[in-house]
Design a protein. Structure first.
Length: 200
C-alpha cells in the first residue's frame, strides 16, 4: 500500500475477526519495520511483550474493563519502555561506529541523562510513541488493523506481565483483521487550527 494511503486509512479498530490470525511473515515484517523507528541517541528504549497465552489475554482484558479487542485480535502487544536503557550497556547502541565516535557518543549520552529522571521517563515514552506509529502504519500497509489503547489498569497489567523495575508501559496495541470498519473520523482540526509560525 502507498504510504499516504496507509496514513489516511489507518484507524483505531475495535472489532476483530478472531478466526483470522496475523501471518507470521507479516508480523515479522511489521516488527522489523518498527525497529527502524528513531530514538534519541539510538537508545531503542522499547520492549514489546507479545501476549500469546489465552488465559493471560483474558486477564489483561479484565484489567482493561472488558474491551473485547484484546482477546479477539490476532495479536496483542504491550508496548513498554526501559527508562534506564540509556545506561544499560550503552556501547551496544554504537557498535557499528569507530572507537572515537563511540567514545564521544557515550560521553554525550551519559551527560544528557545522568541525574535526569524526568528526562529519562519522557524520552522513553517519546520513543514508544514513535515506535507505535511505525508499527501501526506498517500494519496498515499490509492490510491489517490496529488499535492503540490506554484504557487499562496500568498496575494490574504490569503485574500480569512481570514488568521489570525501571520499565513503564506506554500502551497496548491490538493487531489483526477487522471484523467491522472503524467509526468515521470524529472531527479533525484543520491545519490552520494547529500550525503556528514562529511563535504562539
Amino acid at each position: 500500500m502507498d504510504l499516504f494511503t496507509a496514513i489516511e486509512t489507518r484507524r483505531a479498530v475495535k472489532h476483530y475477526d478472531p478466526s483470522a490470525p496475523v501471518a507470521p511473515e507479516a508480523f515479522e515484517k511489521i516488527m522489523q519495520a518498527t525497529l527502524r523507528s528513531p530514538t534519541s541517541y539510538n537508545i531503542q528504549h522499547w520492549r514489546f511483550v507479545r501476549v500469546q497465552d489465552t488465559a493471560l489475554r483474558e486477564q489483561i482484558q479484565d484489567a482493561a474493563w472488558g474491551q473485547t479487542q484484546i482477546t479477539e485480535a490476532g495479536e496483542l502487544i504491550v508496548l513498554c519502555a526501559d527508562t534506564q536503557a540509556w545506561c544499560n550497556q550503552p556501547q551496544r547502541y554504537y557498535r557499528s561506529t569507530d572507537a572515537d565516535t563511540r567514545r564521544v557518543l557515550l560521553e554525550m549520552l551519559h551527560n544528557f541523562y545522568v541525574d535526569q529522571p524526568q528526562r529519562q521517563h519522557d524520552e522513553a515514552l517519546r520513543s514508544c510513541g514513535i515506535a507505535a506509529q511505525t508499527f501501526m502504519l506498517a500494519a496498515s500497509g499490509l492490510g491489517y488493523a490496529t488499535c492503540p489503547m490506554i484504557g487499562f489498569d496500568n498496575d494490574k497489567v504490569a503485574q500480569l506481565i512481570n514488568l521489570p523495575k525501571d520499565h513503564i508501559i506506554a500502551m497496548l496495541i491490538t493487531l489483526g483483521k477487522a471484523a467491522k470498519p472503524a467509526h468515521q473520523r470524529a472531527g479533525q482540526l484543520s491545519l490552520s487550527d494547529v500550525l503556528v509560525v514562529d511563535r504562539f
